[in-house]
Write a protein that binds this ligand. Structure first.
Ligand code: ADP
Ligand code: GLC
Length: 492
């Protein structure tokens, strides 16, 4: 079976968040299960292909009433899966992926429509049609829309089913109605059963409506998004497709995130001997300017996009109380100016105790995972969340809000079992109470050792999640085969 993964970002070529980690790791796990997997990504300015070989020098995309021209480059192998990069400098040779200075690029609809069409046109020019096209988030949501409209009668895709994965319902790709003809779509799609959403065109909704199967990245989030509180206005559409919707927890790539082998941290360590973790802690604090770091004082790590989703407004309300505790905070992130400012202000107010780097820095992200004792994710909502899972592997105990994937992956530490601390109510007091509880446990070395062991022994590798995707692919392929056979019988 041939699977083509279409996504707007993927490690090692491009990344703004967890989607890239998933796209960089899931194909590898699928190849291990015996599938032929290809990955199609845009070639951005930040993409540095090892081999800049052109696979297809010129590909014409029928966008709007004119044509765009792009080329396809060989992106090398991603763990056994062949990667292709859509090169279209007009669209992708830019400073960032989706926005600059907090403002979305104005032509995002055209950029990702162009990318989706290029992916389909490229597939058409290869010898074997895919059995499954697997798309992710609003940026590739037009692939299923095009397949079931423009390409509906195209024999090449008659065996192709589409799986659509929602990584975050908070980003839907909303555009004005006049966008439809600009992205080669008929105005007739602007209906409540199509792409219309409160007077706008909603690309994510297109992915939900036109795909054969819809997944999201944790079981809990699959339930949450069917409610008014978490559905971001799409709860009705999701409920109407509930029989096609499933939550599959993200796995993590332990080749990249493992303290035993991680080359980005100053000392490696294992669950049996974590002496090296102390070296990591000392080096982390020194690198951030702490004079004579007290190693007995717990370090609370944060690595995150600074967005409303991540719950940092909770910290703002209790900053003084947190800083009165015997701990040190180390935070790394970038994002919305209001949160960047919040973290900068805290760093100024509490020198040597609240250490902040406003940047995107992968090496420091690894060093925080290894050097911190606790890891904070107080998210308002969290589809899956990867950092709490990475943290566990590094023996860094997660403190999380019980939502989405955070709730599915962290078990409260009670007696001698469990992996972390969590709170349900979205309130500063609930966070504060949970932090106090975590610090109390930290002060009991035997208990803490046990907790670290529990965390480090957890296994969230991709194998079992990849099998769940495989089951969906197989089911769709079988159903399509049956439907085609029935249609042939009818015409005969
Ligand atoms: P989301 O996708 O919502 O941002 P996840 O927890 O799924 O959240 O994934 C975030 C990924 O992005 C992790 O790999 C994390 O290490 C990385 N990341 C986030 N912010 C930064 C940053 N400022 N510097 C380096 N890596 C970051
Ligand atoms: C999104 C979500 C995050 C998830 C990631 C990968 O960015 O915010 O929770 O882990 O996608 O699926």
């Amino acid at each position: 079976m041939k699977i083509v993964m279409v996504a707007s970002e993927g490690v090692p070529h491009s990344k703004t968040g967890g989607l890239a980690d998933v796209v960089g790791a899931l194909p590898k796990a699928l190849v291990e299960l015996g599938y032929e997997v290809e990955v199609v990504l845009p070639r951005y300015r930040m993409t540095k292909p090892g081999r800049a070989l052109a696979r297809m020098k010129s590909l014409t995309i029928p966008l709007s009433s004119s044509f765009k021209f792009c080329s396809i480059q060989d992106g090398g192998k991603i763990g056994g899966a062949q990667c292709y990069l859509v090169e279209c400098p007009e669209f992708f040779d830019r400073e960032d992926l989706y926005q600059e200075n907090g403002r979305d690029y104005e032509d995002n609809a055209q950029r990702f429509a162009g990318f989706s069409l290029a992916s389909l046109e490229f597939m058409k020019r290869s010898y074997t049609p895919p059995h499954i096209v697997h798309c992710h988030d609003w940026q590739s949501a037009l692939v299923p829309v095009y397949l079931r409209t423009l390409y509906q009668a195209d024999k090449f895709f008659e065996k192709t089913s589409v799986v659509f994965t929602i990584h975050n319902l908070g980003y839907q790709g909303l555009f004005p109605p006049h966008t439809l003809p600009q992205i080669s779509l008929h105005a007739g799609l602007f209906t409540i059963d199509g792409l219309e959403f409160y007077g706008k065109v909603n690309l994510l909704k297109g992915g939900i409506v036109f795909s054969d199967s819809i997944t999201t990245v944790s079981r809990k989030y699959a339930e949450e998004i069917q409610t008014h509180e978490f559905g971001c206005g799409l709860e009705g559409v999701l409920k109407s497709r509930a029989d096609r919707l499933q939550g599959i927890l993200n796995g993590v790539d332990y080749d990249a995130w493992n303290p035993t082998t991680d080359k980005l941290i100053p000392a490696n360590y294992t669950p049996e001997n974590h002496k090296g973790k102390e070296t990591c802690k000392k080096s982390l604090l020194e690198s951030l300017g702490v004079r004579q770091p007290a190693l007995s004082r717990p370090v609370l790590g944060i690595v995150s996009r600074f967005a409303a989703q991540k719950g940092f407004d909770l910290i703002a309300g209790i900053a003084d109380e947190i800083m009165a505790m015997d701990l040190c905070v180390v935070a790394l992130g970038t994002g919305e100016p209001v949160y960047e400012e919040l973290f900068r202000t805290m760093a100024k107010k509490y020198p040597q105790k609240f250490l902040v780097k406003v940047a995107y820095d992968n090496t420091l992200a690894h060093r925080i995972e290894a050097g911190a004792d606790l890891f904070l994710m107080p998210s308002r909502y969290e589809p899956c969340g990867l950092n709490q899972i990475y943290s566990m592997k590094y023996g860094t105990v997660p403190v999380v809000r019980a939502t989405g994937g955070l709730d599915d992956t962290v078990e409260p530490f009670e007696g001698s079992s469990g992996t972390g601390f969590k709170f349900s109510e979205y309130s500063p007091i609930a966070l504060l109470t949970t932090l106090r509880q975590a610090l109390e446990t930290y002060r009991q070395p035997k208990q803490w050792q046990r907790l670290m062991q529990n965390c480090m022994k957890k296994d969230f590798s991709w194998a079992s999640s990849a099998k769940q995707y495989a089951k969906i692919y197989e089911g769709l392929n079988k159903a399509r085969g049956k439907a085609r056979a029935a249609a042939e019988e009818d015409t005969a």
